[in-house]
Design a protein around this ligand. Sequence first.
Ligand code: E4P
Length: 218
Amino acid sequence: MKFFIDTANLAQIKEANELGILDGVTTNPSLMAKEGIKGEEAVRNHYKTICELVNGDISAEVISTDFNGIVEEGKSLAAIHPNIVVKVPMIKDGVKALKWFTDNGIKTNCTLVFSAGQAILAAKAGATYVSPFVGRIDDGNWDGMELVGQIAQIYSLQGFKTQILAASIRSSLHIVRAAELGADVCTCPLEPILGLLKHPLTDIGLAKFLEDAKKMKQ
Ligand code: E4P
């Protein structure tokens, strides 16, 4: 399973990248706005900086909602760097645009996916990635991971090539569950990634080893 970080914060992207386990980055307009990125040029420069920091797929989201607008915006985003993946919302014109990008060799991430039916449409349109929003489904008292498993089963049965990108991941346990269910990618903030490191027995064991190591000196 690939690890993407879900942020536009450069310090966090660098920290995850330095761990050596980062395969890409996902952003969205909310995450960009949170970093105070304003204006088209600043947005493009920010994506370029991320692409130069991380050697992997970098999702940049369109804000147009009509076919022509999505295609024009996506072409322009894709021209920033070869690693840009155009993030397209799961709406009718989005599906048409996904197919256009597929036919024109531009990688895509179909975002805001909340049902298996939507995931089937994304795959039929040839999306590179499909993003089921696990945490937001959990927020509504449903089990978001159930959807990841359902999509994995359908894609495997049908031979769809679209990669399942488990998104809206909120905890380290979510990451483990996504891996168990066969997600191809997991995208989340830095904290759940660092949370995977934690185990009290590791800390206790290491403290004991270091203490005993002192006895070996002299
Ligand atoms: C996915 O690509 C989205 O950017 C993201 O995972 C949304 O997560 P949230 O529900 O925590 O905002």
